[in-house]
Design a protein around this ligand. Sequence first.
Ligand SMILES: [Zn+2]
Length: 376
Amino acid sequence: MTNRFSFDLKATDGKARTGVIHTPRGDIRTPAFMPVGTAATVKAMMPESVRSTGADILLGNTYHLMLRPTAERIDRLGGLHKFMNWDRPILTDSGGFQVMSLAGLRKLTEQGVTFKSHIDGSKHELSPERSMEIQRLLGSDIVMCFDECPALPADRDRIVESMRLSMRWAERSRAAFGERPGHALFGIMQGGLERDLREESAKALTDIGFEGYAIGGLAVGEGQEAMFECLDYAPDFLPQDKPRYLMGVGKPDDIVGAVARGVDMMDCVLPSRSGRTGQVFTRRGVVNIKNARHMDDPRPLDENCSCPACQNYSRAYLNHVFRSNEMISGMLLTWHNLQYFQDIMAGMRDAIAAGTFEAWQAEFHAGRAQGDIDPV
Ligand SMILES: [Zn+2]
């Protein structure tokens, strides 16, 4: 254990990296996938179950928590870790992205953004200073700068303006964060799909200096090909010795492609959200458990998976509880999806350390290309 925040880069294979982020609340093995615990819970999962899949860190959402139950209440109750019974690291987003995607009626100024809650229409304000205060009240281990990002496609003028505003907000975030040993503040690179703007943004952030750097403004509608094109150069603008976090990504092949391009951390609601809609990720691609073909199938979802859904239940059962709207359906399928995502991360970490990441990727893609097992 350490009382400081630090990053040890242990090995590289091509551009892919593996290492460990040390924090006072425990180590985070990278590349890391962070399950999303939006409202102080990873939906349908107990914290100890999330941990058992191999998750070292969770993500919490500032926007949701500030509205309900409020950061002040969570602080009075001992902080987010205690409140949600997760004693390992937590990363919180800044609230900026979700204000843009969820809140009604908002007004953006140099100072920050005012908006109406999607829950009850009440009026709120977020600024770099307020976002830092909320994330401090929550007790977040990795705090994100308050930023703004346009949905893609957007014209260049809009991207330039937004990126430069985010860089001014990054400076204000750094000042408001202050000195907090053991806690980290990450800057967020913006600049859309424009190489020169990504470089300008990275330079502005590294001049300020952060404990880690996020690549923001991707996975916002541009598609995988455009995202990978940007990731072919964007991570290279960031310091080698600091963790790099790609926000809001993604599907299994997005994650693998991002790691191959030098990304260390990712988060996405996909495994948990899909679990509740019957969409399952496996080594052989996506399975829709609601399909009639599973109704008489006594076999497990994925015979190579260690999760309870695969160890103890048949496809027939999973199909039945999904169709019957039983709660155990969301619980088992979420568990499976999170287990699969963490298995991918563990596989990549081992392969990068062993210098066999290219072979690992070939096997990953070959398995998916095979498609699901034949119906019974
Ligand atoms: Zn499973």
